[in-house]
Design a protein around this ligand. Structure first.
Ligand SMILES: Cc1ncc(COP(=O)(O)O)c(C=O)c1O
Length: 357
């Protein structure tokens, strides 16, 4: 089964008959400003990719981790993890997952035959964490932006360790959270805590496909064996090594993303039909707009597409997630939102009259 994600511009462009270059694509949470591609030595393209000490050292430093595995995106770990965990712990049957969140986690656990239990916002009570169970947290959550602080996570980590459970923390969007709430530096004391880090989002280079598992050495070795050789191509390794070590660029990126997310929020607040909206929440990499129950959010998103603005309709069709727009794209976004709000407002109110009052 294939899930629908943002970033399907070719498909959407065809559907709305607007050529891809004429779209404002805000359908992902990938930074719109990317780490500049350095000059890449020809050798990186020619030789089979080796595991690189330079990349590992830069990654350990950036992620504040003692042991990690480089993969071709954290998705590779998400997909394989349930099978490896089952092999290690055949008694494990239950996994707690966020009801809203990157759905590849749920798909992987479901396909491996686990029983899925959902939570949203509040984590399942500590008393519910029973022997051998798995807790998956996306921190901060995509698309809600919900962030759990380290001190709370530590109590779950301890409980899961005591009951031979597994703690999976997906930190794909945590790079922009300051002060950091990352749990990477705890993994050596907790052998069943696995942390996933995505390189593509903060560095704006999702296409090079690189990500990291941060976990105790045995887990890294096990994944390495199962994933096999040549996971990450040479040019991707070369770029990531430079980017992870470039503190100056990272600081600039933090400032720029923060400024762009503030502009995005302001434009959303000025141009969306606020009477139909409950919350706008997110991170410095995206903002999600939650509409009141009964509002036809899908129609609103179709109307935006007709203006050539592509955003992500959430799976429950209750919210729209907006990726960051660059400075020079903000005016187009504001105009499209104002137009769609003005032209659909009556339809939306017809569909849900009670929502206006
Ligand atoms: C929360 C979350 N985790 C993991 C991923 C996978 O990212 P990647 O495989 O590029 O590291 C995504 C992709 O959008 C995501 O949103």
């Amino acid at each position: 089964m294939a899930l629908i994600h943002g970033g399907q511009l070719q498909l959407v462009a065809k559907q709305f008959n607007i050529t891809p270059e004429n779209w404002l694509d805000l359908s992902t949470g990938i930074a719109p400003l990317n780490y500049p591609i350095p000059e890449i030595p020809e050798e990186s393209f020619k030789a089979l990719p080796q595991s690189s000490n330079g990349l590992e050292t830069a990654a350990k430093h950036y992620y504040d981790a003692n042991s990690l595995l480089v993969t071709n995106g954290s998705q590779a770990i998400i997909k394989l993890l349930p099978t490896l965990w089952r092999e290690q712990n055949p008694h494990s049957t239950t996994v707690y997952l966020p009801e809203q969140g990157y759905k590849e986690h749920a798909l992987a656990w479901e396909m491996a035959g686990f029983t899925l239990c959902w939570y949203q916002d509040a984590l399942p009570a500590l008393t519910k964490i029973s022997d051998h169970c798995v807790l998956v947290i996306i921190n901060p959550n995509n698309p809600t932006g919900q962030l759990y602080c380290q001190s709370m996570l530590i109590s779950y980590q301890e409980k899961l360790a005591k009951c031979s459970g597994l703690f999976v923390i997906d930190e794909a969007f945590i790079d922009v959270i300051k002060p950091s709430q990352s749990m990477t530096n705890t993994v050596n004391n907790y052998k069943n805590t696995l942390i996933l880090r995505s390189f593509g989002k903060f560095f704006g280079l999702a296409g090079i496909r690189i990500g990291f598992l941060i976990a105790e050495n045995n887990w890294c070795t096990k994944f390495k064996e199962h994933l096999g050789p040549w996971q990450v191509n040479g040019p991707a390794q070369f770029i990531a090594q430079k980017a992870l070590a470039d503190k100056h660029w990272q600081e600039q990126q933090q400032r720029k993303l923060k400024a762009l997310s503030v502009s995005l929020r302001a434009i959303l607040a000025e141009n969306l039909p606020l009477e139909y909206i409950t919350t706008i929440s997110g991170t410095a990499l995206f903002q999600s707009v939650y509409f009141k129950k009964g509002i036809d959010v899908e129609s609103y998103s179709v109307a935006l597409c007709q203006q050539g603005v592509y955003v992500r309709l959430t799976d429950d069709k209750q919210a729209l997630r907006f990726g960051l727009a660059k400075d020079e794209q903000l005016e187009r976004l504001a105009n499209a939102l104002a137009y769609v709000t003005n032209t659909t407002i009556n339809e939306l109110s017809d569909k849900c009259p009670s929502a206006i009052y």
